[in-house]
Design a binder for this molecule. Structure first.
Ligand code: GLU
Length: 437
């Protein structure tokens, strides 16, 4: 059966798709495919390579039995999609959440290929996910589920094959369990099988903050590019997980004014700037940002439309859609999350001349420091935090200017420029290696 018949092919037309229903508009796989097709067309990509890169190379579905605390057995469905290994081992996080789907994991896997190529690190792209609600599971249940998921994937992952990392719903502890399970099967400790581990078991200094740090570097570069200054630069961040909280903290440290934070359970606004470390301390104590004394309560959805210089969606997909894009009042949209903006919204933002720093560039700091972690694990020699940060800063700065150069030379918006740069790099490698077809 031809692959086209397995995955719905969207029409290859310019991304002006205002006829889509909101369900179609927010399908992450279609969003990825629409941008890919548009960029591939601009590049005049060879038809064969187009077909190869449009679809994932491998999709694994596992059903994971887990002994629950009450003595029952539950079966969870998990995925690992490896989109490409053209430029190196597949690389990408594992997501735990009730809404995880194969289409979402497919899209996220492709985005990892493009992201690694944008920052020019020697990895392909992959993503994993398990349909579960980690907030409702005990640590013991999460550990058993993680270990069995790892065991089911044992022949597909490894330092030279596919290297998972944290994503939404997973963290350093999850990575420690994966590393341990993999190592037990291999009969030796293999730290380089995952990144985003705790620092004392082969993690990298600076990895936890890396995505937020990368976000701050591309914000600095965007201001420079647009002739704006940090002083008086107002920032609103949506999401206060790893990416959102670290972006807010690092930007505030650099002198930006973080005026708004939107979380799933409420929003905060302070025109004079929110004290981010104090908010982090409040959240740690209260379990929520709500009720923080240093800001007034604000509607979490409306916050996205407040006037600011930089808006940072740093949570999940489909936050900026045809329903709210026209209302945005930011100058720069910096995508800390993967896929926060739909294709229809892209067109609206372009009309509004909002400067978009696309996800595959903006949030690539995480996987870049994952690359450093993998390198350090393989060397068995660990860098200082200053070394990690300095290397991260220079890769993010260089990648930002690479994307700007593509946007200029091909007269395309920043998102399409980032896709074109990435596809060009992956296609070049594929051609150079030759195809085993
Ligand atoms: N999950 C993160 C991302 O979407 C990190 C991936 C990694 O470090 O491999 O970029």
């Amino acid at each position: 059966m031809a692959i086209e018949s397995l995955i719905p092919v969207i029409e290859k037309k310019e991304p002006k798709m205002n006829t889509l229903t909101i369900e179609q508009e927010t399908n992450p796989w279609e969003a990825q495919a629409a941008r890919f097709d548009f960029a591939a067309k601009k590049l005049n990509l060879d038809q064969g390579i187009w077909k190869v890169l449009r679809y994932p190379a491998r999709e694994i579905i596992v059903h994971i039995p887990v002994g629950m605390d009450d003595g029952s057995v539950e079966v969870f469905t998990g995925y690992r999609v490896q989109h490409s290994i053209a430029r190196g081992p597949a690389k990408g996080g594992i997501r735990y959440g009730p809404d995880v789907s194969l289409d979402e994991v497919r899209a996220l896997a492709s985005w990892m290929t493009w992201k690694c190529a944008v920052v020019n690190i020697p990895f392909g792209g992959a993503k994993g996910g398990v349909i579960c609600d980690p907030k409702k599971m005990s640590q013991g249940e999460l550990e058993r589920m993680t270990r069995r998921y790892t065991a089911e994937l044992i022949e597909f992952i490894g330092p030279e094959k596919d290297v998972p990392a944290p994503d939404m719903g997973t963290d350093e502890q999850t990575m420690a369990w994966i590393m341990d399970t993999y190592s037990m099967h291999m009969r030796q400790t293999v730290t380089a099988v995952v990144t985003g581990k705790p620092v004392n078991i082969g993690g990298s200094r600076g990895r936890r903050e890396a995505t937020g740090r990368g976000v701050s570097v591309v914000c600095d570069q965007a201001l420079k590019h647009l002739g704006m200054s940090i002083e008086g630069c107002r920032v609103i961040v949506q999401g206060f997980g790893n990416v959102g909280s670290n972006s807010a903290k690092i930007l505030a440290d650099k002198g930006y004014t973080v005026i708004g934070i939107a979380e799933y359970d409420g929003g905060l606004y302070n025109a004079n700037g929110i004290d981010v470390p104090a908010l982090i301390a409040h959240r740690k104590a209260a379990g929520t940002i709500v009720g923080f004394a240093g800001a007034e309560a604000a509607d979490k959805d409306e916050l996205l439309t407040y006037e600011c210089e930089i808006l940072i969606p740093a949570a999940t997909e489909n936050v900026i859609t045809s329903l709210n894009a026209a209302k945005l009042r930011c100058r720069i949209l910096c995508e800390g999350a993967n896929g926060p903006t739909t294709t229809v919204a892209d067109d609206i933002l372009e009309d509004k001349r909002i400067f978009v720093i696309p996800d595959i560039l903006a949030n690539a700091g995480g996987v870049t420091t994952s690359y450093f972690e993998w390198v350090q694990d393989r060397m068995g020699y660990f860098w200082t935090e200053a070394e990690v940060n300095q290397r991260l800063d220079s890769i993010m700065t260089e990648s930002f200017s690479d994307v700007m150069a593509y946007a200029k030379s091909h007269s395309v918006n920043n998102r399409i420029a980032a896709y074109m740069l990435a596809i060009d790099r992956v296609a070049y490698t594929t051609k150079q290696r030759g195809m085993y077809a």
